[in-house]
Design a protein around this ligand. Structure first.
Ligand code: GDP
Length: 156
């Protein structure tokens, strides 16, 4: 007989890196190029996804989180810096058993790549993070990302 487990997941990262698009892709297998920000806001609230604008509220959201996806945009170097800052904060303040994944999103935009895969992979290895380059647009690696996190969750 199957048993259902529930875990709390938070998404963190700079604005517009694709947090809500990743969730939308995973949950609904849908991508919306022209997603309206109001819809986004509602969706963000539901999925407990956070960006810069809600930084001061962050501890409230990642409190008791079992897992976190920290997202950057492979075309924006600054978004990786912001992601690293989130990882530091989680590693200092969140549950010590939290499973953290780093997602380099928008990997469909290879021509505009600014962050090399190797750079991010080395950082992820050092920091002990799962790492995937994803595209919410093409669905590349999105289910792999969430499934890898799920596999790390304790079942007891
Ligand atoms: P959030 O603010 O981090 O939740 O970012 P959104 O999910 O709202 O996405 C910001 C913008 O990037 C939107 O215009 C999305 O359509 C676009 N976007 C999100 N993911 C991808 C992706 O994987 N590839 C491309 N090309 N665009 C994406």
């Amino acid at each position: 007989q199957g048993k259902t487990y529930q875990f709390k997941l938070v998404l963190l990262g700079e604005s517009a890196v694709g947090k809500s698009s990743l969730v939308m892709r995973f949950v609904k297998d849908h991508f919306d190029e022209y997603r309206e920000s109001t819809i986004g806001a509602a969706f963000l609230a539901q999925t407990i996804s956070l960006d810069d604008n809600t930084t001061s509220l962050a501890p409230m959201y990642y409190r008791n989180a079992n897992c976190a996806v920290v997202v950057y945009d492979i075309t924006q170097t600054s978004s990786l810096d912001k992601a690293k800052a989130w990882v530091n904060e989680l590693q200092r303040q969140a549950d010590p058993n939290i499973v953290i994944a780093l997602a380099g999103n928008k990997c469909d935009l290879e021509a505009r790549r600014a962050v090399e895969t190797k750079t991010a992979q080395e950082y992820a290895d050092e920091a002990g993070l799962l790492f995937f380059e994803t595209s919410a647009k093409t669905a590349d690696n999105v289910s792999q990302l969430f499934n890898a996190i799920a596999k790390r969750m304790p079942l007891d």
